[in-house]
Design a protein around this ligand. Structure first.
Ligand SMILES: [Fe+2]
Length: 394
């Protein structure tokens, strides 16, 4: 590094009018200044060592995240009246140990750009790049078209044919709504509220990402979620996504939305039953526990796993789940013609990035979701609500 630096400086001095050389010399000068910044040094170490355990690296990531409210404990961001209440409600719901662990992990990693999740780089937490993308789309005249596309929701029908579906569950319909990003996708939410009363289904599942941002207040999200809840009927089960805070769980459950924290429930029809399980966020906070979610499900029973991200498809398949329903990827959100995603923000085969797929004997479906993340646009990737129709395979 030292040798390369001085060599580039010599080139700049020898040919002062050689433009590329001057640019490189200038870049080297900037790099030298940066190297004196301890935050970047620590981050450089992280990149070169591929290790995330050193305290110095974590501190550097926090400094670079530039989040003013990061140092404020999560519970302190609530109103003084709500603070003791929410902790008590969380502990009552999750147990003291899990509530404490979940809050601690969230406080530690919330809004982090590098590290922490299944993938290393989290573009959803890099807010300055979102503004840059928005600016580029606006100057190129594409933004308004993308914003219109983002509200153009379609209803998709998906048939799940599986030998373990009990006969009583023939034509049982599950409505899946994913990635609402309630407070930042207002036009899509408005359209969704028009569509929901027209749909017929037996059960509704929400597969995470209710909040627009990945940190801060969830009041606006909960207010919009309450309006959406009013348009839904029947039992509603949900899991949290990487944009959500565990602090949303008690108010959501008060609305009648049951959140599955590595848990399962029985769905009965006549004398027969199927099992529905859900895991906590596996993508960013990595608080999923598939074994715990599956432990009360009998062998050879028809079971559905809700996971915000499909990235844990292998663990789900080997735990014996019949079906896995996910969201998270937004189908790429900004896609090339033909629906080819530029980036899925997930570590998984691209064929699993949207729609139906299969792994071993497990059937999977990744919804492209309703809302948007980073920039409120979609290209070549229409938002969707999904109706899954169960059918016994003979
Ligand atoms: Fe999302």
């Amino acid at each position: 590094m030292e040798r390369g630096t001085s060599r580039m400086r010599r080139i700049g001095q020898r040919w002062p009018k050689w433009q590329p050389g001057r640019r490189v010399a200038k870049a080297v000068g900037i790099a030298e200044k940066c190297r004196r910044n301890s935050a970047v040094v620590a981050l450089f170490k992280t990149f070169s060592n591929q290790m995330l355990t050193s305290q110095q690296s974590l501190a550097a990531m926090r400094m670079l995240s530039n989040r003013s409210d990061r140092s404020t404990p999560m519970l302190d961001r609530l109103t003084p009246k709500a603070q003791p209440d929410i902790r008590v409600r969380l502990e009552r719901r999750l147990g003291r140990r899990y509530a404490q662990q979940r809050l601690g992990i969230e406080q530690e990693h919330e809004g982090q750009i590098f590290g922490g999740g299944i993938n290393f780089f989290h573009i959803e937490n890099w807010y300055s790049i979102h503004s840059l993308i928005k600016f580029a789309l606006k100057t190129s005249g594409l933004y308004s078209r993308g914003a219109r596309n983002a509200a153009d929701i379609r209803v998709r029908h998906h048939h799940i044919r599986h030998p373990l579906v009990p006969k009583a569950f023939r034509a049982f319909t599950i409505l899946q709504v994913s990635d609402l990003h309630c407070d930042t996708s207002m036009l899509a939410i408005q359209r969704l509220r028009e569509i929901l009363p027209t749909l017929k289904y037996d059960l509704c599942v929400l597969t995470g990402d209710y909040r627009g941002r990945t940190y801060g207040s969830c009041d606006a999200t909960l207010a919009v979620l309450k309006q959406i809840r009013a348009e839904l009927s029947g039992p509603i089960y949900a899991v949290l996504g990487n944009h959500d805070t565990v602090l949303m769980a008690p108010p959501m459950e008060e609305m009648g939305i049951s959140i599955l924290f590595n848990e399962s429930v029985i769905i009965e029809r006549g004398d027969e039953r199927i099992y529905l399980a859900g895991i906590d966020d596996a993508h960013f906070y990595r608080v999923d526990n598939i074994e715990k979610a599956a432990c009360k499900i009998p062998h050879n029973a028809f079971s559905i796993l809700l996971s915000h991200t499909p990235e844990v498809y292998q663990q789900a398949a080997h735990a014996g789940f019949s079906v896995m329903l996910s969201g998270h990827t937004h189908g790429g959100q900004i896609c090339l013609p033909g629906g080819v995603a530029i980036k899925l923000n997930a570590v998984l085969p691209r064929r699993m990035g949207k729609g139906a797929w299969k792994h071993d004997s497990m059937l999977g479906y990744t919804s492209v979701g309703i809302g948007t993340s980073a920039v409120n646009v979609r290209f070549n990737c229409r938002p969707e609500v999904t109706l899954h129709h169960l059918e016994p395979a003979d």
